[in-house]
Design a protein around this ligand. Structure first.
Ligand code: ZN
Length: 548
């Protein structure tokens, strides 16, 4: 996924732009002026290098890899792109609530700039001819495949947000939101091979000695996959992977550069290494640990119930850091275990080590987050060959790590499901209020032994409502007339109701009414200018009176 840093940068720019951290005039036509920017940056990096300014050239080339995001930043942060879209489309385009389909227009220029950047890069790295064409094709497909997971997520979020019933269920009923989340992740895990295949150029490994050799290895260790695919990268990447979780859908992928650089024994070693990952269930162990850590973070948040955003971010950040350390530690050792598996399958560690040598150039002792250096991996195989008991101890240790991961995951899931089931009757009552189905809310709250006092009070307010289905406009009108009667509590409750029913701005009214009623302190960042009319004028006056 080579375009992840660019996508992260693009997301940060998007968030900053939508949140209003912009300066400069509204100048959407700047989009046209910015189109040549990626070529200018990237090609001047190449020309500087060509003219002998190597250090400057290298710097500009590095910056040039982000030229797409850079042009996007200028458009969004200095040329009012989001502001212009809001005015011309009449769109909300904010970070509250569910994303709108209109977000595609915010992102659209970035897609153009990144494609132009890829074209510029292809011109900087290859001479005219088929080499340049295949470089460009390969990188465009890589970029497209990096877009798949966020695009899937956004599409589903837009669909959920635009369906009233589904939106209220996901917002109010924890069990439903958990089911949607799990279905999304599970669906991606199952369909990822198909999605990648759609964006990468692959073909099945043709029958022959190599394929027969792979099939024999698979049979001897009872590994099954749908097929072995050759990934056509224009000889640009030497890589292998297993994609997909289910045996009936997973595929082993070997890149073209790997196939042409390595000999038959080395390829068998790489294939066995990949099979070793599956044999030892490395992906399920990672998943179990990830789910487990995520659920523990959720429990920590429930237990401490921090009210300010910094504390929430702090807790999430601490868990994310712990997960990152644990993931790196496990990943490096799982690679060793897959190496060991390959050595056992082939009866020798030699082919794998020479494959590593060819891939790395020379064996180095430089570890990354996910892999040890080739030198360490070669030493490890030597040690295991001389000390089989030590190898067994190593594998025992990893087995315990896996078991702990599964245990945390199962414990977390059971506890989480328990909590969700416990909260289900209340959640469904909140959801009924959110849908404006007051009779059903009244009926449900009767059946709860000790309902949340605020829920009980809100349901009670609906008893004298005659309409069958409440809407947010209707609830906000009720809040307004209670406010005119200076019944702050009732007004706040009806404004909360409007918020539950989908009017996001009603939450500002709730916050101010609760402050005026002496219940809650006022949030520093609250901006009363964003209040809907006719509330704006009256609440601003009331606020300044209360502050004196
Ligand atoms: Zn591996």
């Amino acid at each position: 996924m080579p375009y992840i840093p660019q996508l992260v940068l693009c997301t940060l720019i998007l968030v900053a732009g939508v949140a209003g951290w912009t300066w400069g005039p509204v100048a959407p036509w700047a989009l046209v002026l910015l189109l040549p920017l990626p070529h200018l940056i990237v090609l001047s990096g190449r020309n500087l290098g060509g003219a002998g300014s190597f250090r400057m050239g290298a710097l500009v080339t590095t910056v040039g890899r982000f030229s797409g995001a850079f042009a996007f930043a200028l458009l969004v942060l200095c040329c009012g792109w989001v502001q212009w879209l809001r005015e011309s489309l009449g769109a909300r385009l904010d970070l509250e609530g569910w994303p709108e389909a209109n977000f595609i227009w915010v992102i659209f220029p970035y897609l153009i700039f990144e494609v132009l950047n890829i074209d510029a890069q292809s011109r900087a790295s290859c001479a005219v001819g088929p080499g340049r064409l295949s470089w460009r094709g390969f990188h465009l497909r890589m970029f497209a495949s990096t877009l798949i997971p966020p695009a899937t997520y956004l599409t589903i979020a837009v669909l959920v947000g635009s369906n009233r019933w589904l939106r209220v269920q996901v917002e109010q009923v924890e069990l439903v939101s958990a089911v949607v989340f799990v279905a999304l992740i599970g669906g991606l895990a199952v369909y990822l091979p198909a999605l990648f295949k759609a964006s990468w150029r692959t073909h099945e490994l043709p029958p022959g000695r190599l394929r027969t050799g792979f099939e024999e290895i698979s049979k001897s260790v009872r590994f099954s996959s749908r097929k072995v695919l050759v990934w056509d990268t224009g000889q640009m990447m030497a890589n292998a992977a297993i994609v997909g979780l289910l045996p009936s859908r997973r595929v082993v992928i070997l890149s073209d550069a790997l196939l042409s650089d390595l000999d038959e024994d080395e390829l068998k070693a790489v294939y066995s290494h990949e099979v070793g990952h599956s044999h030892h269930h490395h992906v399920p162990v990672f998943l179990a640990w990830s789910v487990g850590v995520f659920l523990l973070a959720d429990f920590a948040l429930r237990a401490f119930d921090p009210t300010n955003a910094i504390a929430v971010l702090g807790i999430m950040g601490a868990f994310l850091a712990a997960w990152g350390l644990a993931f790196g530690w496990m990943s490096r050792r799982f690679e060793l275990q897959a190496d060991l598996f390959a050595m056992r399958v082939l009866g020798s560690g030699r082919p794998l080590v020479s494959a590593l040598e060819k891939i790395e150039g020379t064996l180095r002792d430089k570890a990354t987050w996910r892999h040890f250096g080739g030198l360490r991996r070669a030493h490890f195989l030597d040690e295991c060959a001389q000390d089989p008991a030590g190898a067994l101890r190593f594998e025992q240790k990893l087995k315990r790590v896996s078991q702990v991961g599964y245990a945390i995951c199962v414990f977390g899931l059971v506890a989480e499901l328990g909590l969700m089931a416990q909260g289900l009757p209340e959640d469904r009552t909140w959801a009924a209020l959110g849908l404006g189905d007051y009779p059903s809310a009244q009926e449900r709250v009767e059946r709860i032994a000790n309902p949340d006092p605020s829920l009980e009070r809100m349901v009670k307010r609906t008893l004298d409502v005659e309409v069958a289905v409440g809407t947010s406009a209707d609830s906000l009108a009720r809040a307004w007339s209670r406010w005119q009667e200076r019944d702050l509590k009732a007004a706040a409750d009806w404004a909360s109701m409007a918020y539950l029913q989908g009017n996001l701005k009603a939450y500002l009214i709730v916050e101010i009414l609760e402050f005026l009623g002496g219940e809650e302190p006022l949030r520093e960042s609250l901006n009363p200018a964003r209040l809907p009319s006719p509330w704006r004028v009256e609440l601003i006056v009331a606020l300044s009176a209360a502050r004196q």
